[in-house]
Design a protein around this ligand. Structure first.
Ligand SMILES: *Cc1c(COP(=O)(O)O)cnc(C)c1O
Length: 385
């Protein structure tokens, strides 16, 4: 095979800095994960409500295959739109209180293509510094100019908006509602009022809020904040795969006409839409699970704080346990695995230097005993080192 020097060099560099990433086979079994022959409590899943293993969701998926077949066989604009897509889009819009919604194949695909569709030449994209990679990529792919404001700092956002006045045709503000690495919540009230006063568009990525927070668990933007684009995914709390945008009817028409990531791709198949349709139905009735999840998070944060761990401004089911040093963080993650706990180490370049962390994501399936087991291990590790 050909060897390309740039590939060898890049990989060697990664190896050298101990940042070589690889994929490891796992099998998921509710709140547990099987890896390398071990069964561990999983604290790194986005299956916040346990829907990834819900039998009703699985059954709905099977029924949709029986009724509509395996594949959608074309893109949405050719012949790939089934009644099941349209039905789900109507239900999503109604659940989010928007005029319309539009399904995308993944959150990554939506973010990398919706932003370029909205921000053309002479546009400015103002993006929170901690926004997900897909949002950053979307801004970079657009013909607009990108400026990143300090994390969850509406004051800095305002400064940039003031400076931009009169210089751009369009301004798009992009933020997550629940931030995926820090687990804190964006100040959407202030951000949306800034968007309004400066005539900017607002896009809110609710990947970690959908299913978990807000009215009927449909996110923080339900009937609030007037965002132009609300992005939700089916891969996290919904337990399957895919994504959607909730928006106005005009925005939906615009994306159908101008968003490459919607136009030039095969429509999601019936099995996936069946699962998402069932999850949407179930999520509305899962206040009990949401309460358990919130209580789990409060309990873990309190115990972490009592043991001297920094959890930044986490207020959600995502809880960073800040260690700082990269090597120490990796060795803690390995130690936890030895104690029957799976919790990934997150390091630069994913997060800032010296903010390496164990990133805990909780589920409503976790029990107090699971969390206590995690804390016992974290405390023992602290005493050792
Ligand atoms: C997971 C995630 C995405 C990507 O969604 P997929 O459907 O998994 O591609 C986008 N934005 C945020 C904030 C995410 O956490």
């Amino acid at each position: 095979m050909n060897s390309h020097p740039f590939i060898t060099k890049a990989l060697e560099e990664r190896n050298h800095t101990n940042q070589f990433r690889n994929i490891v086979e796992s099998s998921i079994d509710g709140v547990y994960i099987q890896r390398n022959g071990n069964r561990l409590i999983n604290f790194s899943s986005n299956d916040y409500l346990g829907l990834a293993s819900n039998p009703d969701v699985a059954l709905a998926s099977k029924k949709f295959i029986d009724r509509f077949g395996n594949g959608s066989a074309a893109s949405r604009l050719i012949t790939g739109t089934g009644e099941y897509h349209i039905e789900l889009e109507k239900k999503l819009a109604s659940a989010l209180g928007t005029e319309a919604s539009l399904i995308f194949n993944s959150g990554y695909q939506a973010n990398t293509t919706v932003i370029p569709a909205l921000a053309g030449r002479n546009s400015l994209v103002l993006s929170d510094k901690l926004n997900h990679n897909s949002l950053l990529q979307g801004a970079n792919l657009s013909l607009g100019k990108l400026q990143r404001y300090r994390h969850n700092d509406p004051g800095h956002l305002k400064t940039l908006l003031k400076r931009a006045e009169g210089h751009y045709e369009r301004i798009l503000i992009v933020t997550e509602s629940v931030f995926s690495m820090d687990g804190d919540v964006a100040d959407l009230a202030v951000i949306s009022s800034l968007a309004k006063s400066y005539g900017a568009m607002l896009m809110v990525d609710e990947a970690h809020a959908i299913g978990v927070l807000g009215e009927n668990g449909m996110g923080l933007c339900v009937r609030k904040y007037n965002a132009d684009i609300i992005l939700g995914t089916f891969g996290k709390a919904f337990g399957s795969f895919g994504a959607f945008v909730a928006c106005s009817q005009a925005m939906r028409d615009y994306l159908i006409n101008f968003c490459g990531g919607f136009i030039y791709t095969t429509a999601l198949p019936p099995s996936i839409i069946g699962a998402a349709t069932k999850s949407l139905e179930l999520v509305a009735g899962m206040d009990g699970e949401r309460l358990t999840l919130a209580q789990n998070a409060d309990y873990l944060r309190k115990r972490l704080r009592d043991s001297g761990y920094d959890t930044l401004k986490s207020g959600t089911q995502i809880i960073p346990v800040i260690i700082g040093d990269e090597e120490k963080t990796v060795s803690l993650s390995k130690y936890l695995a030895d104690q029957g706990i799976f919790a990934v180490a997150i390091r630069p370049p994913t997060v800032k230097q010296n903010s390496s962390r164990i990133r805990i994501t909780l589920s409503s399936m976790h029990t107090k005993e699971h969390i206590d087991q995690l804390m016992t291990a974290l405390i023992a590790w602290n005493d050792r080192s």
